[in-house]
Design a protein around this ligand. Structure first.
Ligand code: URP
Ligand code: ZN
Ligand code: ZN
Length: 509
């Protein structure tokens, strides 16, 4: 056998199995052999895993990069996102494709699915997609694909452009918002999208929160000066997510179409998803590390520091919500754990500090804080350390939710496993005996953001090597890959079950 790279003596983990003392042979970026004592090849590079775990490269299917507008901010300078350039990078408050994917590989993620985000004034989604292609081209350290965020589903877009999105652009999923004024769709519009998505095999991702409850609560909290960052959570109790989750599951059942509920944070919404799955509906669930490892006390810090942890849905108050999320991962309610990397600098007037720019309260007004937090680099190590090594989930479950399932769900055919024919995207961990646990500080990370919500958390391991298509891109704490190595991936349709042809009425699409 002829290899370019052989990784020797690892404990290889897939979503179903673990093999000790296992080698992996790689040729032309593809895994060609997996097994014990593979033969030596003259000239092949060799890496000794020293018995450590080897897992498939992370697939993070929810990453916001180079999005100039934040979901809850509507005063957007439109000129800042045209023509595939961010003109004022010095003043850019999020991560771009270079900084975001550099951060991804340093945390064991080898593929990111990012968003091409339509604004309500965009009459066509095609130039939006072209623009994100320009923003990402030659900029990415890891492989990448796009979902489309749809905020204005005109008949031209859903009827004429969705088929082009799938066929010409290899985009097989859309994200819809039930909240945020600049993004939100009404139920009627959601049905319009689902109708077309069903026909084309598109997976519909939904941000489910009840917009009216949020607006009403925000207004009434402001009247009582309850505007500290942690009241972001007060304005959105778990029922806000649960009601919208239940509603959109009903819409999906009516339309007999698969949906994925993104970034689920609370027990009540988890239960709605579980109940729908028990009724065999093709309903999928995603959660994120912030809902597994943090509680709402993170938003109570200081007068304003809690703004660092303001995201939507909010990090929950009650430990029972966190427990429900862990239970949902274990019992399969959640198919994927993504980062929802939607970062925003803290010490920047256009970043989290926006929350201090209205009135003169020392704790500002939560409604003006851009939503979202960074997490693309910490997702995989957090789940490995705080999930596998702390005994909460098995190594196979870790692989399933961080890599295999997101690849299957989003039609990334060659990603997400360690088997002949798959891209050689691997994470080699440290042998446990050789690793000195440490407490995370932001200066260890590779994003462009000035904080991490996971500051101080102990890590019991970290990727020693990240390998993409047979090339080492991160080694012993250093990013050694090159910007531009990452390739755009056209996606196929989801490999998970879709429509069932089971109807609530005699109507058929
Ligand atoms: O707060 C969050 N999650 N902001 C990012 C946009 C989104 O809704 O995913
Ligand atoms: Zn969202
Ligand atoms: Zn998001």
């Amino acid at each position: 056998m002829d290899f370019d790279l052989v990784v020797r003596n690892g404990t290889v983990v897939t979503a179903s199995d673990i093999w000790e003392s296992c080698d992996i042979g790689i040729k032309d970026g593809i895994i060609v052999a997996v097994g014990p004592r593979l033969p030596a090849t003259a000239g092949a590079q060799e890496i000794d895993a020293e018995g450590a775990f080897i897992t498939p490269g992370g697939v993070d299917s929810h990453v916001h990069l180079s999005q100039v507008h934040n979901a809850n901010i509507d005063d957007v300078d439109r000129s800042a996102i045209t023509d595939g350039v961010i003109p004022d990078r010095e003043n850019y408050v999020g991560d771009t494709y270079d900084t975001g994917t550099r951060s991804a590989v340093a945390g064991g993620t080898t593929t990111v699915v990012t968003f091409a985000s339509q604004m309500k004034t965009d009459e066509s989604i095609i130039p939006v997609i072209e623009n994100y292609h320009k923003l990402a081209k030659d900029q990415s350290y890891c492989d990448y694909a796009f979902h489309a965020i749809i905020t204005n589903p005109t008949s031209q877009i859903v009827e004429d452009e969705f088929p082009r999105m799938v066929e010409e652009y290899g985009i097989t999923s859309v994200k819809l918002y039930m909240t945020y004024k600049p993004m939100r769709l009404l139920d009627y519009q959601i049905l319009d999208v689902m109708y077309s998505a069903r026909k084309l095999g598109i997976t519909t991702m939904v941000h489910a929160e009840n917009a009216d409850i949020i607006d009403w609560m925000t207004q009434h909290l402001e009247q009582k000066l309850m505007t500290h960052p942690h009241h972001h959570g007060t304005s959105r109790p778990p029922i806000v997510e649960a009601e919208a989750t239940n509603r959109v599951i009903c819409l999906a059942e009516l339309m007999d179409t698969p949906i994925l509920l993104v970034h689920i944070s609370g027990g009540p919404a988890t239960k709605h998803i579980r109940d729908a799955q028990t009724r065999l509906l093709p309903i999928y669930g995603e959660t994120c590390p912030q809902y597994m490892f943090l509680l709402a006390d993170s938003m109570r810090k200081g007068d304003f520091e809690g703004a660092k942890c303001v995201c939507s849905p909010p990090i929950r108050e009650d430990k029972s919500d966190q427990d429900a999320i862990w239970a949902g991962i274990k019992n399969g309610t959640f198919n994927v754990v993504s980062s929802d990397h939607a970062p925003c600098k803290y010490n920047h007037p256009n970043g989290k500090q926006r929350g201090l720019q209205h009135g003169n309260l020392p704790y500002g007004k939560f409604r003006f804080i851009p939503n979202g937090l960074p997490g693309v680099e910490t997702r995989v190590p957090l789940l490995f350390s705080g999930g596998v090594l702390s005994g909460r989930i098995s190594p196979q479950k870790f692989v399933e939710v961080t890599s295999t399932n997101p690849a299957k769900l989003y039609g990334l055919k060659k990603k997400g496993s360690i088997a002949p024919g798959f891209d050689a995207d691997l994470v080699i961990w440290y042998p446990q005996a050789k690793f000195q646990p440490f407490n995370l500080t932001n200066d260890m990370l590779h994003h462009a953001i000035d904080y991490t919500p996971f500051e101080g958390i102990e890590f019991k391991n970290w990727p020693r090597y990240t390998i993409i298509r047979g090339k080492v891109v991160f080694s012993h704490g250093e990013v050694v890959g090159e910007m531009g190595y990452g390739q755009f991936i056209r996606r196929e349709k989801s490999l998970l079950p879709g429509p069932r042809d089971v109807w609530l009425t005699e109507w058929r699409p």
